[in-house]
Design a protein around this ligand. Structure first.
Ligand code: MG
Length: 455
């Protein structure tokens, strides 16, 4: 069960409404108590509330006897990578990722740089709920150290790929946590970099911290005007990346994910790729074409990382631009993903539009059905049975996240909304006609079930 405070990406909420310094302090104290932790790294993105929450969180950690090192403004993958590299017991990132500026959040990583799973988050939540904090003796309260350790992350990046081409890149940090380090890394790798929105600003004045086709329109125009090879846009904390191709078109998230996964398969010969239940079936098409296998998890990078470890996967990612490269670390890493993609383009001798051209295009439809909060989870629990009757020719059934049925020419996913009184249906089909047919039948059966449960 998902706990109250923590979601799939840690604690996330409106600043001083849901996420207050008082809660941040308690989380700090609970992390120190839970992990019997000695050394903790702390970083934040560029949000206005970052320093306030960091101070409160650090107070809690210190009160619990932890030795705290602060990285200041730094991307989430850098914090996760350094937590392992510097042999810390935990890493804490203060970020609300791609959410608007009035939000903030706290995400915790273990000593291996892997995000806390539901169980560990549940442990923290229990300590906070019961207030069973362990406070340190006064003699064991440490000072805070402020460190700049970007070099070991940059070294990792240089080992990851040596680029031969002098790529002309437009890098859009969106005023988020990648604004200094990302342009620097591409320059060190020999690229010609034009950096835009690269001043840290917690109001995110230039664009939404969520990189998508809409928010990256100005980036796309600049790529076109300057005839650049590629445009690279990051989210607020740098674990996600989106790309603009050499013609100035936004590269569909699923397409790039599938095309890069195919590249990994071509290199390795085979292997396991992990993605979530919402990603397009073009991932299977491309991965299976080159001898690999796809495993699907719940939505959330924690679940992707967990499954990748369990199955020794060679690559994993979600279709929001969060990719995990397990040969380096298990935190989604936007900067590393961009570097790896450039290397893949060099190895295949293709432009980005050429690389993704091989990936088939499918049609996705989404529909929401109003359903009271009280019954929405019950509806989803029972919908599997109805859908099996509605679609007797299904190939695969999964209840890993909601209910998902796979057919020869498409799939349907039914999930309860985490925040609204809705049941959400997602359908993908080989053609629009197929997708519409699946959706029509799915909606009818879900509506019928909701009707029956009212009575
Ligand atoms: Mg993020």
């Amino acid at each position: 069960m998902r706990s109250k405070l923590f979601g799939s990406s840690g604690v996330r909420g409106l600043v001083n409404v849901d996420l207050t310094p008082i809660l941040a302090y308690k989380i700090g104290l609970a992390v120190a108590t839970f992990s019997k932790t000695k050394k903790v790294l702390v970083a934040r993105d560029t949000r206005v509330s970052g320093l306030m929450l960091e101070n409160a969180l650090v107070s809690g950690l210190l009160a619990g006897g932890a030795n705290v090192s602060c990285l200041g403004i730094s991307p989430t993958p850098v914090l996760a990578f350094l937590t392992k590299r510097l042999v810390a017991d935990a890493g804490v990132m203060i970020t609300a990722s791609h959410n608007p500026p009035e939000y903030n959040g706290i995400k915790i990583f273990d000593k291996n740089g892997v995000a806390y799973d539901d169980r560990s988050q549940g442990g923290i939540e229990k300590i906070i709920g019961s207030e069973h904090f362990v406070l340190s003796d006064w003699q064991n309260i440490h000072d805070i150290s402020y460190i700049h350790e970007d070099n070991s992350y940059i070294e990792m990046m240089l080992k990851a790929a040596k680029l031969d081409r002098k790529w002309q890149l437009i890098v859009d940090a969106g005023c988020g946590a990648t604004c200094n380090i990302a342009p620097l890394i591409f320059k060190i790798l020999g690229c010609k970099v034009t950096a835009i929105n690269s001043q840290p600003d917690g109001f995110f004045p230039a664009r939404s911290p969520e990189p998508n086709a809409e928010s990256l329109k100005p980036l796309a125009q600049i790529v076109q005007k300057l005839k650049a090879d590629i445009g690279i846009g990051f989210d607020g904390d740098g674990d996600r990346v989106a790309f603009i191709d050499e013609e100035g078109n936004f590269a569909n998230f699923d397409h790039v994910l599938a095309a890069y996964a195919a590249h990994v398969m071509k290199k390795k010969g085979r292997g396991i790729v992990v993605t979530n239940v919402e990603a397009s079936m073009c991932v299977e098409k491309m991965v299976e074409k080159y001898g690999g296998k796809v495993i699907r998890t719940k939505v959330g990078d924690v679940y992707i990382a967990e499954a990748m470890k369990r199955h020794s996967a060679v690559f994993g990612g979600e279709s929001c631009g969060a990719w995990i490269h397990p040969q380096f670390h298990y935190c989604p890493d936007g900067i590393l993903s961009a570097v790896m993609l450039l290397k893949a383009l060099e190895e295949e001798d293709k432009s980005l539009s050429e690389l993704i051209a091989e990936t088939p295009l499918y049609e996705t439809l989404r529909e929401n059905i109003i359903c009271k909060d009280k019954v929405k989870y019950e509806v989803v629990k029972k919908v599997g049975k109805s859908l099996k009757i509605a679609f007797p020719a299904y190939k695969e059934y999964s209840s890993v996240d909601g209910v998902r049925l796979v057919f020869e020419n498409g799939w349907i996913l039914v999930r309860a909304s985490g925040t609204e009184p809705l049941v959400r249906l997602t359908v993908e089909g080989e053609s629009l006609k197929v997708a519409k047919e699946i959706m029509k039948r799915g909606v009818a059966f879900v509506r019928k079930l909701i009707g029956e449960m009212k009575n």
